[in-house]
Design a binder for this molecule. Structure first.
Ligand SMILES: Nc1ncnc2c1ncn2[C@@H]1O[C@H](COP(=O)(O)OP(=O)(O)OP(=O)(O)O)[C@@H](O)[C@H]1O
Length: 242
């Protein structure tokens, strides 16, 4: 029996394991009464691969934003960012649905309980999180979704079926990190101490074998970028060939 989508002449099969979506002409299958799609692979007209998300993790000040900017500047059409949810108040100029989805704590807790979030964390008295839908929205446009998340977020992502590529960006040392954060001029004495404290734990987690697909030591920025670029190139080329 041909369903509605089948009448459109196409049927999309989503294979979550390999993240591939195969689009086949459905009409001949209906006529022949064949239910096994694999039997008519000759009818495959297009094979599209849903890009794997890219998770970037690393201590604050390690250089995630710097490297991410280089990547998205060079490959302007390949990447997209998911819009996070937060319970914090919007700052001047921040737009709902653009910078964040601003929600109440109750709304966010209910959505978390019903499994709508890939990861979430409490930070400075507010909840932050990435919804499954926010990532899907980027992936459905054929873009590689970049998630810039902390260690807790990475642990949660690993427990989903997101199959992300996880990259850890680390500074050469905690001393270098401190210098960079001071030079960035964004920290108070208290926030600097907090970030350095968290950084030590993150560096330990990043150093454990198997936690990340790639670890980049961001010492010299161009060298670090070349490592990240080389790692992402196969995914970018695959995406461009679709
Ligand atoms: N390889 C490098 N050598 C020296 N300085 C660097 C290097 N990479 C980045 N920086 C500088 O270090 C500071 C921190 O970098 P960046 O803001 O990219 O870090 P981040 O990991 O995104 O931090 P956060 O998580 O707090 O957003 C910036 O001022 C940036 O210009």
């Amino acid at each position: 029996m041909c369903g509605e989508r089948e009448r459109e002449g196409e049927l999309a099969r989503v294979d979550r394991g390999s993240h591939s979506v195969t689009t086949v002409h459905q009409e001949p299958l209906c006529q022949a009464g064949i239910s096994v799609l694999g039997a008519r692979l000759g009818h495959v007209v297009r094979k599209m691969t849903t890009p794997q998300p890219l998770v970037l993790c690393g201590p604050s000040g390690a250089g995630k934003s710097t490297l991410m900017k280089k990547l998205t500047d060079e490959f302007v059409n390949n990447f997209g960012f998911s819009v996070s949810h937060t319970t914090r108040q919007p700052r001047a100029g921040e737009e709902h649905g653009v910078h964040y989805f601003f929600v109440t704590r109750q709304e966010m807790q209910e959505a978390i309980s019903s499994g709508e979030f890939i990861e979430h964390a409490e930070y400075s008295g507010n909840l932050y999180g990435t919804s499954k839908k926010a990532v899907q929205d980027v992936l459905s446009k054929g873009k590689i979704c970049i998630l810039d998340i902390d260690m807790q977020g990475v642990i949660q992502v690993k427990n989903t079926d997101l199959k992300a590529q996880c990259v850890f960006i680390r500074p050469p040392s905690i001393e270098d990190l401190k210098k960079r954060l001071l030079a960035r001029g964004t920290e108070t004495e208290e926030s600097l101490a907090r970030r350095l404290n968290v950084a030590e734990k993150e560096m330990e987690y990043g150093a454990l074998k198997g936690n990340f697909d790639l670890v980049v030591v961001n010492d010299e920025v161009d060298q670090a970028y070349q490592e990240l670029r080389a790692f992402m190139l196969p995914a970018i080329q695959l995406q461009n060939s679709n």
